[in-house]
Design a protein around this ligand. Sequence first.
Ligand SMILES: O=C(O)CCC(=O)C(=O)O
Ligand SMILES: [Mn+2]
Length: 214
Amino acid sequence: MSLFDDTSLFTTPKPRTVQYDLPDAALTLYEGFFLKNDADRLYTSLLQITEWRQEPITLYGKTYPTPRLTAWYGDPATSYTFSGSKWQPHPWNADLLFIKERVEKATDTSFNSVLLNLYRNGNDSVSWHSDDEKEFGRNPTIASVSFGETRPFHIRHKFRKDVEKIQIPLTHGSLLMMAGPMQHFWEHQVPKTAKPIHPRINLTFRFVYSPTNT
Ligand SMILES: O=C(O)CCC(=O)C(=O)O
Ligand SMILES: [Mn+2]
C-alpha cells in the first residue's frame, strides 16, 4: 500500500447541511454526505481506476500542462469543449454510477456526465473560472463531490466588489451543490498551497446538452 492510499489520514465530519445566503447563487454544502467507509473506498478506487491524464491548456496563446490530472466520464452522446479541447467521455463505471445515483436521489437532479480532477499535491490547482459553457445550459446545476485531502474552495462575485469573497473547506465525502445563476455571477478556484498535503479527488457532475438529448 502506498502512502497515497492511506485513507485513515482523512476524516469525514458529521453529516450537516450548510445553506449559503449569497446574492445571485444557490449554494448548498452537505458535509459527510458520504460516510467514512464509502468515502475511503471511493477515494482509493477512483485514484487507481480513473483514466487520469494531464491535458494541455492554452492561455493567451501559450500552451501549458494543466496543473492537475483530469478525466471525463459520461453518457456516450455527451462531448464537450473545455479550454479549447474536445472531450469525448469514457463510459460510466460502477463507482461513478454509485456516486451519481446517491447524488441524484438526494438532490432530485439528473446528470449525464462527470469531470474528475486529481490534485496530486499542493502544487496542483484550478484557477479562477466559471462553468458557464453553453453546453451546460443557462443556469446549470453542478454537483461537486470531494474525497481525500481537504482543500479550500474560493468563490468571488464577478461584478460586486461589496460582496465578500468566501472560502469553503471541501472535506472528505462532502457534496457541494452549485445552482441558480451562480455560474454567471460568481467565479471559483482551488489555489495552490505550499503546505505538504495529500491528494484530493473532486468530481463535478453536470448535465451536458447535446443535439441528441435536446
Ligand atoms: O476541485 C474543485 O473543487 C473544483 C473543480 C472545478 O471547478 C472544475 O472542475 O470546474
Ligand atoms: Mn469549475
